[in-house]
Design a binder for this molecule. Structure first.
Ligand code: FAD
Length: 537
């Protein structure tokens, strides 16, 4: 990466940075992409994991954003077919609901009309039909339920990874665990960045004609290093991960503040969230606090019957384009690409806002604009280009291959659902060495071969990379802790870790898992001395 000057250096390996690098590399630009932790480490992996238009934005009359996101939702279902699957949502209507049934039906019709027609049409269920579809719904006061379709992303982490893999196939130089610490200047012009290899401490100068800051909620501080101020708002959002109690995904409205939130069945778990709280702390410090967890549990319990057990919580930070006078929930999720030529830093751009769903469009806009500066080259290929796992995906052939390798139908389905056509390499490995088909722990259908692929083919360099962002085990009830011994032994053998490194990887992982547990009532928040959190509204 340091050996040549690139056209574009992209900072941040979240959904936006990886999508920009992919688009630019596919057009033929020379691209470098650096990520301080790992692909999808930041906000992207802590989201609700939906490819959606955002039904709630209709209430804000943001039809342009909804239309754009719905078109992109359909592209994602087509181009990342293994990872992004259509999902039906129920919208229960209770006696006294603030939004009357007629308005809801109108909203669903409009949402459908704004889409590109790729998913089933919305519908309406009687009280009895709604209860039969979702027995966890509370019966008292239930009148009916609307239904509509969006899509669920099985792993946003792997979506980021596949963007980065495709960028690399197209010639981009990509590096995770590579943090930008400063910028290279020629006069005022930004001509590259100083990048630290986080695992070795070595520093490298990476030169580029244009530098795009796509560092998500870390963007403002990084821009500050170049002396640039980016007006923004940061909002924290948490989800509870609980044992699954749902058959259907449900969209709910919190009674105490009228916010929309979701309860969504995942594989073996259910996700309840999200919140929307102003939070100006460093994104590295945020976590779901006890009060926030109580809010989500109590509001969900108004509509749904479920146990008190919470496995853990995820917490991410949105970087939003500031609009004075609006609360966090009212701020638009539109994206903005800022050229800092007038801020005393020509050559540096910031990409902020946006959504996972619209990542491809954000990238297309950013690279279109960059091509004016860099000189036109190629054309945008991402509208119809499948991601690596969706290319030549023939499920039936893969399923036969997986079962012939001795894997159970559940495991085979799981692996095809995460890796798509790339699961062929896992099945080949399991057929060659039966031990690689062994589960890594009892709480998720992941197998040992995935650890090999994560390290050999997918750039995983730490235990957290492997368990949380390559396998699904880090999202299971045990958060991957029950898989530590097996995975550590395999990773140590493949990566040459000594006992000291194994110890530090294990300690770091346990600290990460502990941070995601909800503090017990009354327990001190983990960052005493920091300012009070300003709640929405
Ligand atoms: P990030 O994913 O945060 O990526 C930025 C990356 O930059 C990070 O990985 C970070 O490590 C890296 N970085 C930071 N500093 C440096 C540095 N100095 N050097 C190198 N790398 C650096 N959108 C949807 O479409 N659907 C949803 O269901 C949805 N749900 C959401 C739920 C919540 C709670 C939140 C908070 C957001 C949700 N969103 C959703 C919005 C979506 O998650 C974000 O818009 C999107 O993930 C932002 O991606 P990003 O690439 O800009 O940021």
């Amino acid at each position: 990466m340091a050996a040549r000057r690139h056209d574009l250096l992209v900072i941040g390996g979240g959904i936006l940075g990886t999508a920009i690098a992919r688009d630019a590399a596919l057009r033929g630009y020379s691209v470098a992409l650096v990520e301080k932790e790992d692909w999808g480490y930041g906000t992207s992996s802590r989201s609700t994991r939906l490819a959606h238009g955002g039904l709630r934005y209709l209430e804000q009359w943001d039809f342009g954003l909804v239309r754009e996101a719905l078109v992109e939702r359909e592209r994602l279902v087509r181009n990342a077919t293994h990872l992004v699957r259509p999902q039906r949502f129920l919208l229960p209507v209770y006696r006294g609901s603030r939004v009357p049934a007629w308005k809801l039906r109108l909203g669903l019709w409009l949402y459908d009309a704004l889409g590109a027609g790729g998913l089933p049409r919305p519908g309406w269920l009687s009280r009895e039909q709604a209860l039969a579809a979702e027995p966890a719904l509370r019966k008292d006061g239930l009148l009916a339920a609307g239904t509509y379709w969006d899509a669920r992303i099985a792993s946003v982490e792997r979506l980021c990874l596949e963007n980065a893999l495709d960028a690399a196939v197209a010639g981009a130089a990509v590096a995770n665990h590579a943090a930008v610490e400063g910028f290279l200047r020629q006069g005022e012009r930004v001509v590259g960045a100083v990048v630290r290899d986080v695992l070795t401490g070595a520093r490298h100068e990476i030169r580029a004609r244009l530098v795009a800051n796509a560092a998500g909620p870390w963007l403002p501080e990084l821009a500050g290093v170049a002396g640039v101020r980016v007006p923004h708002r940061r909002s924290r959002g948490s989800h509870l991960v609980v044992p699954n109690f749902l058959r259907e995904a449900v969209l709910l409205r919190a009674a105490r503040d009228d916010r929309v939130f979701f309860a969504i069945p995942l594989d073996g778990s259910a996700l309840i969230g999200t919140t929307d709280l102003r939070d100006d702390r460093s994104p590295d410090l945020v976590r779901c606090d006890e009060e926030e967890a109580r809010y989500l549990r109590e509001e969900a319990a108004r509509y749904l019957g479920f146990s008190d057990e919470v496995w853990y919580a995820t917490c991410g930070v949105r970087l939003l384009v500031d609009e004075p006078g609006k609360t966090e929930g009212q701020l638009s999720r539109r994206h903005e690409i800022r050229d800092h030529a007038d801020d005393g830093a020509p050559g540096l751009w910031s990409v902020l806002g946006g959504k996972i769903t619209t990542m491809r469009q954000v990238a297309e806009d950013a690279v279109d604009r960059a091509s004016v500066r860099l000189g036109a080259r190629g054309w945008c290929e991402t509208r119809d280009r499948p991601l690596p796992g969706a290319a030549s995906l023939v499920r039936r052939r893969l399923a036969r291959q997986g079962q012939a390798a001795g894997l159970s139908p559940t495991t085979v389905e799981h692996l095809i659902g995460l890796y798509g056509s790339r699961s062929a390499q896992l099945f080949e490995a399991c057929a060659r060495e039966a031990a690689l088909g062994a589960p890594v722990c009892p709480h998720a259908p992941d197998v040992l071969a995935q650890v090999d692929v994560a390290i050999r083919e997918e750039g995983a360099l730490t235990l957290q990379d492997i368990l949380v962002r390559r396998l699904s085990n880090g999202s299971a009830s045990c958060q991957g802790e029950d898989a530590l011994a097996r995975v550590l032994a395999r990773a140590a053998a493949l990566l040459g870790w000594d006992d000291k490194r194994v110890g530090s990887e294990e300690a770091a992982y346990r600290a990460f898992a502990a941070r995601r547990r909800i503090p017990s009532p009354g327990a001190a928040l983990p960052h005493p001395g920091e300012g009070p959190l300003v709640s929405k509204g």
